[in-house]
Structures are given as C-alpha cells and as structure tokens.
Design a protein around this ligand. Structure first.
Ligand code: FEO
Length: 175
C-alpha cells in the first residue's frame, strides 16, 4: 500500500505523461502537415512511448490498490513550426519531466516507500534516454548545418524510428 500523498503525486504524473503524449501527437500532426513525414513518425512513436509511461503508472496504482484519478489534459502548448525548434521544445519539455520524476523519487525516499522507489527508478533511467535522444537530434541538426538538405536527411533518418515499447501494453494490473 502506498500513501495518499504518493498516489496523488503519481496521478499527477499520469496527467503529465498524457500531456506529453498529447504534445508530441500535436507536434507530429504539425510536422506531417508540413511534409516532414519522418519527423512526424518520430514524434508519433514518442506519443506511444508517453502513453506507455502513463499506463505503466496506471498499472502500478492498481497493483497497489490505489485509486486512479484522471484529470483534464491541457491543450498542447507549442508554437514552433521549424524542425530544430520542435526538438528544442522537446528537450526543454523533457528536462521538466525529469525534474517532475525526481520529485517522485525524492518523495518515495522521504516516505521510505521502497516499492515506489524501485518503481520510479525505471523512469529516472528513462529520462536520461529521453534527454539524450533530443540532445543528439539537435547535435545532428547542427552538424548537418541546419539547412534544407540537412533537415531533409534528418527527416529520412527519423522516419526509421520504430516503437520501443510493447505494442500490446494495456496498463492492466500485473503488467
Ligand atoms: Fe515520459 Fe518523455 O517522458
């Protein structure tokens, strides 16, 4: 069993993960409309990854006998239309998610909630990967010169990204 404070905090994180999913899906649509199908593919995969992050927490709350309380998801907030700017926004967004995950890790330690500390460790590692992915794409954009030809090549490369989470995840207890 976990504390009410902890289940509230994890419910908040579910909302933040679903907002992340919503943000990346909106960005994917924007990029797809602009003809960057590869970038749109990368962002759509990212959408699925975020839903996996949310559903993994959903499943954890259910495994702990805690209540899942879903809240309204905010409208995706971004104005960028350029590929580089989209990934700059992505990196900044992920830094914010990292800070949010660290809060849960700190709370788990404060409450001596070892189960949640173990559970959230996966997300701590995942955030290293999330920031690395966006950082490497931005580095590639800079290496390619941030010009039309470079963005075209990057677009092809990002079109190759495949789903990195189980395609049949459900969030049901026991997953
Ligand atoms: Fe769920 Fe992109 O972190």
């Amino acid at each position: 069993m976990i504390s009410k404070k902890m289940s509230d905090r994890i419910n908040l994180q579910i909302n933040r993960e679903m907002y992340s999913a919503y943000l990346y899906l909106a960005m994917a649509a924007r990029m797809g409309e602009a003809g960057y199908k590869g970038v749109a593919n990368w962002l759509t995969i990212q959408y699925h990854e975020e839903m996996f992050h949310a559903m993994k927490m959903y499943g954890y709350l259910q495994d702990q006998g805690a209540s899942v309380a879903l809240d309204a998801i905010a409208r995706p907030d971004f104005k960028e239309t350029g590929v580089k700017e989209i990934f700059q926004h992505t990196l900044e967004h992920e830094k914010g998610v990292t800070a949010s995950i660290r809060e849960i890790a700190a709370l788990a330690r404060e409450e001596k909630d070892y189960a949640t500390e173990n559970f959230i460790a996966w997300y701590v590692d995942e955030q290293v990967e999330e920031e690395k992915n966006a950082t490497e794409i931005l580095q590639t954009i800079d290496l390619l010169g941030n010009n039309a030809q470079g963005i075209f090549m990057l677009n092809i490369e990002l079109g190759k990204r495949k789903l990195g989470v189980p395609s049949d995840f459900t969030g049901l207890a026991g997953h």
